[in-house]
Design a protein around this ligand. Structure first.
Ligand code: FES
Length: 113
């Protein structure tokens, strides 16, 4: 868990997640905001994307550690594969919840609902 820092941007409230440099094209990055928000961040074609870190198959929080290829991440446990931008399961079945994030001033921010 981390200190809670929020900011208003474009008339919306955003929660600071991590530094932008922490999210690369090669490796997912995990941020545990609270008990309900265990998140996985990825950088796809230069844009930071955010999905739940919890795989819908067995509820294991390892999506951030999955194999990244062609805009998808493959869960390291049993191989379910998800589109990182939409959260859709590429072979059918449950998908990943997606979250709106943006980069601002060298940080990644999560839109608060
Ligand atoms: S826990 Fe992710 S595929 Fe089984």
């Amino acid at each position: 868990m981390q200190d809670r820092v929020t900011k208003e941007l474009d008339g919306k409230q955003w929660l600071r997640l991590c530094r932008s440099v922490s999210v690369s094209e090669r490796q997912g990055f995990r941020v545990e905001v609270d008990i309900e928000h265990d998140l996985a961040l990825f950088r796809i074609d230069g844009v930071v994307r955010c999905v739940t870190n919890v795989c819908p198959h067995k509820r294991i929080a390892l999506i951030y550690d999955g194999y990244i290829s062609d805009g998808t991440v493959t869960c390291p446990m049993h191989g379910w594969r998800f589109d990182i931008c939409t959260g859709a399961n590429t072979v059918g079945g449950g998908g990943l919840r997606t979250y709106e994030v943006k980069e601002e001033s060298g940080w990644v921010w999560l839109l608060e609902s």
